[in-house]
Design a protein around this ligand. Structure first.
Ligand SMILES: Nc1ncnc2c1ncn2[C@@H]1O[C@H](COP(=O)(O)OP(=O)(O)OP(=O)(O)O)[C@@H](O)[C@H]1O
Ligand SMILES: [Mg+2]
Length: 451
């Protein structure tokens, strides 16, 4: 990764903005916590117990975690606290990394033995697993049992310790946060709470249907659009790209698979296309990536040399470099995309960054490399998938429910909103509202009289 300061860059003089949140005094934040949020801090800091806490989207789970983390840093050595979440975006929200990255299991494309070897090779991962005392995981609902079991086995082996590392066996306390912070509108909050349980009455259905109307925001601001499929996200992003003046460049990924070329050598009974599709499903790296100057992008890689540059970091394409020439306004027609290196100004990094290609790979269960993709770790960011939006607070929001394929998606999407005045809902259908019976049963068992 090359980072350069360009003399003519209008951004280079900007100072790194330190988030006010980060410099706020612990005592000041503590005063804002509700009684139930304070109870969580007490259980961890004073009672030194492990706990599972939950509550509706916007009740301040991540807010409480942010405070708890600061508090823990003031009590324990920093390297003994693991701050993680299931997705990179959710992790950014609490100043941590993904659980997968933190524990060294990556995208789980390696066998048990290979994962152990790779952790042993990376001293920093080995050391942090050995030194870990407290592990924090936000958005835990997106981590499945298989992943937990794998992490458990790996860490028990690494630490030569048979005690469960992460598993509900070690949860000692359960707390449910009831008070809502993200939204103020009582009618909306009540409707959302019902949606969470898979219920919707006629009145709220009518209310939601009426949320499908044009909204004009001040200063020409545009809402963030949520979709349930990546295909819809891609179409939205392409339309936005077309609205920006200038030439669009297509960056084609270099894909390779074990089934490519000589078919007689292919003992794996999977076609090249099948393997590419397999890779496609597990990576955000695009086969055909379209970029232009002025486009808003997300970074898709965890840079090992720079922990500010992680999967989910937001930025804008401010130019391209071709050889020694830097283009900031436009790129002449004769210049081809394969010679171009995107220059990106990321929100949290003062200097501009030249983004280089990275390699994604997938191995089969025996650890044999099956397929790889070499591509720029960038993606357009105008539309977001509901899956990725978990944990976000989105004041100006537009949700398209057309292709919703999982019942919980509706609640996740709706609960991102702050005020229904700034929420547009398209293609809503009541039959999509369902809740997982197992989850309701679990919640009823653990949190009596909540529902
Ligand atoms: N005690 C508090 N005082 C002031 N604001 C708060 C408090 N708790 C939460 N908030 C605010 O409420 C909003 C929602 O909080 P947060 O994102 O932590 O909710 P969450 O429960 O993690 O939601 P989700 O389930 O969507 O991840 C944020 O804007 C946060 O700053
Ligand atoms: Mg959260």
């Amino acid at each position: 990764m090359n980072k350069r300061k360009y003399e003519n860059s209008s951004n280079s003089s900007k100072k790194i903005k330190i988030k006010t949140k980060e410099i706020e005094d612990l005592e000041t934040i503590e005063k804002t916590l509700s009684k139930e949020q304070k109870e969580i801090i007490d259980i961890v800091i004073n009672q030194k117990k492990s706990l599972f806490f939950t509550g509706p989207g916007g009740c301040g789970k991540s807010y409480t975690l942010n405070f708890l983390i600061k508090k823990l840093y003031s009590v324990y050595e920093k390297h003994t606290i693991g701050v993680t979440a299931s997705t990179a975006l959710a992790a950014l929200n609490i100043g941590g990394g993904t659980l997968h990255g933190f524990t060294g299991i990556g995208i789980m494309d390696k066998s048990f033995d290979d994962t152990i070897t790779s952790i042993m090779d990376k001293t920093f991962i080995y050391n942090r697993l050995m030194g870990l005392k407290i592990l924090i995981i936000d958005e835990i609902s997106m981590i499945n049992a298989e992943t937990f079991d794998f992490i458990d086995e790996i860490t028990r082996f690494i630490r030569s310790n048979d005690k469960p590392f992460v598993w509900n066996l070690i949860v000692e306390e359960y707390v449910y946060l009831k008070r809502m912070f993200r939204q103020q509108n009582e009618y909306f909050i009540n409707g959302l709470n019902n949606l969470r349980l898979g219920k919707i009455d006629k009145d709220f259905l009518k209310y939601v249907k009426n949320l499908d109307r044009e909204i004009t925001y001040e200063d020409g601001c545009e809402p963030t659009k949520l979709f349930s499929t990546n295909k819809e996200v891609n179409i939205c992003n392409m339309n936005k790209l077309n609205d920006i003046k200038g030439k669009t460049f297509m960056f084609k990924a270099q894909d390779w698979s074990v089934a490519q070329g000589n078919k007689s050598n292919n003992n794996y009974k999977r076609s090249h296309k099948d393997l590419i599709d397999w890779l496609d499903k597990s990576t955000l790296a695009e086969e055909n990536l379209y970029l232009k100057i002025g486009a808003d992008v997300l970074y898709l890689w965890n840079d090992k040399d720079d922990n500010r540059l992680v999967n989910g970091t937001e930025g804008k394409i401010v130019g391209f470099r071709s050889g020694k020439t830097v283009f900031r306004e436009g790129v002449p027609d004769k210049v081809l995309s394969h010679s171009l290196i995107p220059i990106v100004k990321f929100k949290n990094i003062e200097e501009e960054v030249e983004v280089k290609q990275e390699i994604w790979q997938k191995k089969n269960n025996e650890g044999v490399l099956m397929v790889t993709r070499k591509q720029l770790p960038l993606k357009l960011k105008y539309g977001i998938s509901i899956h990725k939006s978990q944990g976000m607070t989105i004041p100006m929001l537009e949700i398209d429910c057309k292709k919703v394929w999982q019942s919980e998606q509706i609640y996740v999407a709706f609960s991102r909103s702050v005020d229904p005045k700034n929420l547009r809902v398209k293609n809503f259908r009541a039959e999509k509202v369902k809740a997982n019976e197992k989850v309701i049963k679990f919640m009823n068992e653990k949190f009596k009289n909540i529902f």
